[in-house]
Design a protein around this ligand. Structure first.
Ligand code: ATP
Ligand code: MG
Length: 281
């Protein structure tokens, strides 16, 4: 059982006077699949990086807790050990580190007894087959020379092996061919059905979400959660973009300039009867 709570989170780029997240509030409970959408450059990846503890970002105020434990006090490896996982939008090359060695080390962090080689290879073989990744890829340096699609499949391979409590996947569907997209969706569906894992999934496209059926949809605009709703929000965004948010809810999409006062914008919840009331405010 795991609950991730983000309270009034402000994040800036370290060493730069650039504030990206401006008061994010979000809770992810057990076995939820939360879809995170929003226009380019509005802070989605920054949120996931801040949760995982990326050193490029500095939390200036707010809280992140996992089952009541203060995530902000944890190093990145402690966050992983606590059950957080990030499948990155742009997985980076790690020359000199063999993929399978990396996986073994990451798995051992969460185990009392180190995994045996036999067990590691059994699991690797199974997950590689599932993700249609040639075993050869697991013996290469992590992501070095991997194609875009291979990197994304490899992120899901890691997810299958690490079995975190909260899986955050950043545009995992970008660059995937049709078969790989199906394999990724099947892997997520399997984890949804067989584990208590929760998901926070960023994508710009309805296709993946149609396959994995999110329980909740969150839209991030200007570094805040501007709207929460059900799958109908994805359909609307897929068909009409983001401009309707301005018309229907008065949510301003244009990014705020530095120093500009933020507009007052409570999170609007759609799919409930309060919707129209909220949008009039
Ligand atoms: N290191 C950095 N230096 C300067 N600006 C940054 C840095 N990192 C992020 N930003 C800026 O923060 C904003 C939010 O970036 P982020 O990557 O979180 O957006 P996003 O919502 O994930 O967008 P996309 O949908 O395009 O992936 C962008 O304007 C980006 O240029
Ligand atoms: Mg992004």
């Amino acid at each position: 059982m795991a609950t991730l709570v983000i309270k009034d989170l402000f994040v800036k780029v370290k060493d730069l006077d650039v504030e990206i997240l401006k008061g994010v509030n979000l809770t992810i409970s057990d076995q939820e699949t939360v879809a995170l959408l929003g226009p380019n450059g509005h802070g989605k990846s920054t949120l996931l990086s801040a949760i995982m503890g990326h050193p490029k970002y500095e939390v200036t105020s707010g809280e992140i807790t996992l089952d009541g434990k203060n995530v902000l006090e944890m190093e990145v490896d402690e966050r992983s050990k606590a059950g957080l996982f990030l499948g990155m939008q742009h997985p980076s090359e790690v020359p000199g580190v063999i993929n399978s060695d990396f996986l073994k080390a990451a798995m051992n962090v969460r185990r009392e007894k180190p995994i045996t080689l036999v067990e590691l290879y059994r699991q690797l073989e199974q997950a590689s087959k599932q993700m249609k990744i040639p075993m050869e890829l697991t013996h290469r340096h992590l992501n070095e020379g991997f194609s875009g699609g291979e990197r994304k499949r490899n992120e899901i391979l890691q997810l299958l092996l690490l079995q975190p409590e909260i899986a955050m996947l950043d545009e995992i569907d970008s660059g995937l061919d049709v078969d790989a997209l199906q394999a990724v969706a099947d892997a997520i569906k399997q984890l949804q059905a067989k584990t208590k894992m929760s998901f926070l999934i960023i994508s710009h496209y309805a296709r993946l979400f149609q396959m994995i059926q999110p329980t909740r949809v969150v839209v991030m605009i200007n570094g805040r959660v501007a709207l929460e709703g059900g799958p109908e929000v994805i359909t609307k965004i897929d068909g009409s973009g983001y401009e309707w948010l301005t018309k229907e809810y008065g949510i301003r999409i244009t990014k705020e300039q530095k120093g500009e006062k933020p507009v007052s914008m409570n999170t609007v919840s759609i799919g409930v009867c309060a919707t129209n009331e909220a949008s009039k405010k």
